[in-house]
Design a protein around this ligand. Structure first.
Ligand SMILES: CC(C)(COP(=O)(O)OP(=O)(O)OC[C@H]1O[C@@H](n2cnc3c(N)ncnc32)[C@H](O)[C@@H]1OP(=O)(O)O)[C@@H](O)C(=O)NCCC(=O)NCCS
Length: 219
């Protein structure tokens, strides 16, 4: 999984049961009325995030939740959290050239009935229809996964909410890359027009990760 987001990103994954521990007082509010499963996945994200902060040489601080559920990272840090029923993943970096990071993982199986039409645009469904039938279940899940990673990458900085229909994703399974083009009026200023990322299929999950680079910093 390390290839998904190589340094300067710290990427940690662990079973949810292996990263339970104490929360900071300001982290309790989002899960006050949550069921046990949700409390455990939320806790795993915070505990794993503090392990990642430690790897960046940073102190273990609270990671509050923003009004749209986004994690609020310490100043100078960008990151992303994902969980499934069994696994938790956290990606973090304090590289000033990065404006955002997004990671998502999903069970490696077809989307539930009816969801594909909401997730994929017509041109994406045409591409899927041309793929070998035995590959389609994973590919449709990868579209979903890549789009969620793009949203998680951009939202904390841009604070622009957009839907699955607002992004066109191209998957390159051989190179294990994807490219997402955002079709939004706001994309000229608040959002990147295009984001590139990596995809993978491992540990019974499909994975997608993307990095939003500050183009001005790389000139
Ligand atoms: C927010 C969303 C992406 C979360 O994905 P999910 O599959 O439900 O859950 P995951 O386990 O993968 O990720 C959950 C984590 O995402 C993070 N997250 C939630 N909302 C977020 C946001 N607005 N911005 C950034 N990260 C967010 C949180 O860390 C959350 O974990 P936590 O609540 O324990 O801290 C999803 O629920 C959603 O609302 N999607 C609609 C928007 C979208 O994806 N548009 C597609 C654009 S192409």
């Amino acid at each position: 999984m390390k290839d998904l987001l190589p340094p300067p990103v710290v990427l940690l994954t662990a079973p949810i049961g292996a990263c339970q521990g104490e929360l900071f007082p300001e982290e309790h509010e989002p899960i006050e009325r949550a069921v046990e499963k949700r409390r455990r996945e939320f806790t795993a994200g915070r505990v794993l995030a503090r392990r990642a902060l430690e790897q960046l040489g940073r102190p273990p601080v609270a990671i509050p939740t923003g009004s749209q559920r986004q994690p609020v990272w310490p100043d100078g840090v960008v990151g992303s959290i994902a969980h499934t029923n069994t696994l938790c993943a956290v990606a973090l970096s304090d590289d000033p050239a990065l404006l955002g990071l997004g990671i998502d993982m999903e069970p490696a199986e077809a989307l539930p009935d009816g969801v594909l039409r909401r997730v994929c645009r017509p041109e994406e469904r045409d591409w899927l229809a041309a793929q070998p039938p035995e590959d389609r279940a994973l590919l449709e899940r990868l579209f979903f996964c890549a789009k969620e990673a793009v949203f998680k990458c951009t939202y904390p900085r841009a604070e622009v909410w957009f839907g699955f229909e607002d992004a066109t994703v191209q998957l390159d399974t051989e190179a294990q890359h994807f490219e997402a083009q955002l079709h939004l009026a706001a994309s000229e200023d608040a959002l990147p027009g295009v984001l590139r990322g990596r995809i993978a299929h491992a540990e019974g999950h499909v994975w997608a990760a993307t990095v939003w680079r500050d183009q001005a910093a790389s000139r």
